[in-house]
Design a protein. Structure first.
Length: 453
């Protein structure tokens, strides 16, 4: 092969003379390539343009409904549009009361997908209507106090600083509190001092995904700021949202701020709230869910707005794929199939194989009962949760636990008190198991009645 240079272009004459064997293999491929090239509709296309116009080329008679469906159910995004925000009246009312009447700082916690960010969006709108200045920040692994609160200060006009008159040149220039900050790293004390000078407005600083911030000093500084602001009856209030454990930790580290904080766990949605998600989507997308299909959505979602959106989204598309604008129970079963495919990518294969084997060995009752217990209690549960969510008594719950413990699908979680607590070894397993149960049991009234009670 001396002198062979892979980068040297072949002469056109050589390239056009393939040898006999390759020609037999390649020719049909080239023909196919030409056919595809000639056929405009050959490759999958986007149905909607970037400006959300339905493409005139291709697509079926449901293109428009499909486009609306994408907006109606948004499993991968928080809700920002009030028309699509379902339920949560009580939660929102409680948060607003504690901000407005008690002037507390708020800690909102709950599992992933329970609707914290969506609540923060709607809270932002409500507070903005009441002329609050609302600063929304989504924390990241590398969040620092300096960066986060400098950015917040940039959104507070100097106009509201008691030391500057509204006609001062600085305020007229549109300066902000950030212009008063020193160049060295910002401290809770410095930021608190500045907040104490605000007048004529109120500020809400929302720190979403607070648990994602990895720096211990960031968390300590935020706690320190809460203390500082509370001591001075400031006009600035913080709202922290995130996944449970880490937020309670924040409060526990500095016991003295406990009384300045209102902590609320976002509960599962009620059946009515889940049905409202369905109804909002029906209205937005011009789709109809048949009554049984809507009941299945409630059953599968088990109070999770994320699962409700995911299932409605897939079920809507499944119906349209069948040329219907009415969603039937079978579409919800198809939706469970599609959801399972999505979840599979997030869970290690050995655990999945184990779960499938248990289903095949007829242990689906043990799996379903335990999954329901886990889903009802943010993942950490014991026999009492299994009993309550499945309407069974002691021994049955323990039998179910024993099956899964024997398979090492559960681990024990340290807890106070005599009752043993467990969690699935993979966070996503209860949802996957629950979807698999739904896929096997929805649409089959007899099995359903036997296991669902
Ligand atoms: N009140 C609600 N009404 C309708 N859908 C909701 C509501 N709350 C959450 N969702 C949906 O649930 C999913 C998760 O919501 P999100 O606010 O991102 O949860 P979290 O921040 O707790 O992880 C998203 O698909 C969102 O569209
Ligand atoms: Mg969120």
């Amino acid at each position: 092969m001396a002198g062979w240079n892979p980068f040297k272009r072949k002469s056109p004459a050589k390239a056009a003379r393939p040898d006999a064997t390759t020609s037999a293999v390649v020719k049909p491929l080239i023909r196919e390539a030409h056919r595809r090239g000639a056929e405009l509709g050959g490759l999958p296309r986007f149905n909607t343009t970037a400006s959300d116009q339905v493409s005139s080329r291709g697509g079926d008679r449901f293109s428009l409904v499909r486009a609306k469906l994408r907006h109606a159910f948004t499993p991968s995004q928080p809700v920002a549009d009030r028309r699509l925000f379902a339920g949560r009246d009580e939660v929102l009312k409680t948060i607003i009361r504690s901000i407005e009447d008690q002037r507390l700082h708020v800690v909102l916690y709950g599992e992933r997908g329970i609707g914290k960010t969506s609540l923060m969006h709607v809270l932002t709108q409500a507070a903005t209507e009441a002329r609050y200045i609302v600063v929304y920040t989504s924390c990241g692994a590398n969040s620092t106090f300096d960066e986060t609160f400098r950015a917040a200060a940039e959104q507070i006009p100097l106009l509201f600083h008691s030391g500057f008159s509204p006609t001062a040149t600085e305020t007229e220039k549109g300066s902000t509190l950030a212009d008063l900050l020193p160049s060295e790293p910002l401290t809770p004390r410095k930021f608190g001092d500045l907040c104490a000078k605000l007048t004529g407005t109120r500020v809400l600083i929302i720190l979403d995904e607070f648990d994602r911030a990895e720096s211990g000093s960031f968390r300590r500084d935020v706690a320190e700021l809460i203390k500082n602001l509370s001591d001075r009856l400031g006009r600035v209030q913080l709202v922290l949202a995130g996944v449970a454990a880490d937020l309670t930790e924040l409060v526990e580290h500095i016991p003295s701020i406990r009384r300045n904080i209102f902590a609320l766990r976002v509960p599962k949605m009620s059946e009515t709230e889940v049905l409202q998600i369905v109804a909002n989507g029906e209205r937005e997308a011009d789709l109809k869910f048949d009554t049984q299909a809507a009941a299945f959505v409630v059953e599968v979602a088990r109070g999770s707005p994320y699962i409700a959106n995911l299932i409605c989204h897939h079920a809507g598309h499944a119906a349209l794929d069948q040329g219907r604008s009415t969603v039937l129970p079978s579409d919800v079963a198809t939706a469970a199939d599609r959801a399972i495919l999505e979840f599979q990518g997030r869970i290690p294969t050995p655990a999945q194989i184990q779960v499938r084997r248990l289903f095949d060995q007829g242990r689906q009752d043990a799996l379903a009962m335990t999954a329901r217990g886990a889903l009802a209690s943010d993942g950490v549960f014991g026999a009492p949760e299994i009993e309550a969510t499945n309407g069974v008594i002691g021994k049955k719950a323990q039998d179910a636990l024993d099956v899964l413990l024997g398979e090492r699908l559960l681990r024990e979680v340290p807890a106070e008190g005599p009752i043993l607590r467990y969690a699935f070894v993979e966070e996503g397993l209860p949802t996957l198991i629950w979807m698999m149960w739904a896929q096997r049991n929805l649409n089959q009234p007899t099995t359903r009645a036997a296991t669902a009670s």
